[in-house]
Design a protein around this ligand. Structure first.
Ligand SMILES: [Zn+2]
Length: 270
């Protein structure tokens, strides 16, 4: 994949992921992400001189355009990436997340972590290379696990410290980052034990979801209770308890991976 695409085709219909100062230009309705050719968009070709192709969506190319500040491009308002969550389909959200991750990658890898010299973008893949010591870097992806746990007709749900001040606090599954040298299965067992004090069995992989805040890849599992009593890690959780599937608290929004896992556990109970 080319890192910078200097060729400008004014008639090519494309998706435009225009980022500035941590926000993205979104249109107020429709598909939200601006779509069209440069001739129709009244969008300065000068601004897209350094556009980066990040993939394709619905058979049209997707371009990342990074602006130095929130210039008015006449296509919509600058918005948080989170405002797209659950608003557009998963593939378009994931592409927007990819735009943010690639933007962050280029901004944070200007200099070599090994020798300190200036890095340069490689023109045939998404990577930065130091031509002084040959060190090469790629966009960082941080694997993390998220796991829904069932005990007969009950589900383990926790109130996380980060949600406790929300107006309607959400009760959700356990999650944590994978450590260096650890398998996903070991990570699931460790995180559950560290955060809740319980041991689990029958760990099953379900699905994954890129989570670009800022560069996680969440891998979702279900598991069943094996033994132990709930004993929370107060640094991570405010509370954790077994909830009957007929009497569940406020759950994460549909579309989130946590909710998919909880719904899968509910299905298993019925
Ligand atoms: Zn170097």
């Amino acid at each position: 994949m080319k890192s910078k695409d200097k060729n400008i085709n004014h008639q090519e219909n494309a998706w435009w992921f225009i980022l500035a100062q941590g926000e993205i230009v979104l249109q107020p309705q429709g598909s939200f992400v601006p779509y069209g050719c440069l001739d129709d968009l009244t969008f300065s070709a000068q601004l897209v001189a350094d556009k980066i192709k990040i993939g394709d969506y619905q058979s049209s190319p997707c371009y990342l355009v990074e602006l130095p500040e929130k210039l008015d491009v006449g296509l919509g308002e600058y918005s948080q990436l989170r405002s797209l969550l659950g608003t557009v389909d998963d593939a378009l959200f994931d592409m927007a997340g990819r735009a943010f991750q690639i933007s962050l990658f280029y901004k944070t890898h200007q200099f070599c972590g090994q020798c300190g010299q200036k890095m340069q973008a490689i023109n045939w893949e998404t990577a930065m290379k130091c031509y002084h010591c040959q060190h090469r870097t790629y966009p960082r992806v941080s694997p993390c696990i998220i796991v829904g746990i069932r005990k007969e007709k009950q589900i383990l749900l926790a109130l996380h410290q980060r949600h406790k001040k929300d107006n309607r606090p959400v009760y959700t599954t356990l999650a944590g980052f994978t450590e260096a040298g650890e398998t996903l299965e070991t990570c699931v067992e460790r995180e559950v034990y560290e955060e809740s004090g319980i041991k689990i069995k029958n760990i099953q992989y379900v699905t994954s979801q890129p989570w670009p805040f800022p560069h996680s890849l969440m891998m979702g599992f279900t598991a069943e209770y094996r033994d132990g009593n709930i004993s929370i890690d107060p640094k991570e959780l405010c509370s954790a308890a077994w909830y009957d599937i007929d009497d569940l608290p406020v759950l994460p929004n549909p579309g989130t991976l946590a909710r998919k896992l909880i719904d899968k556990l509910i299905d298993q109970c019925s």
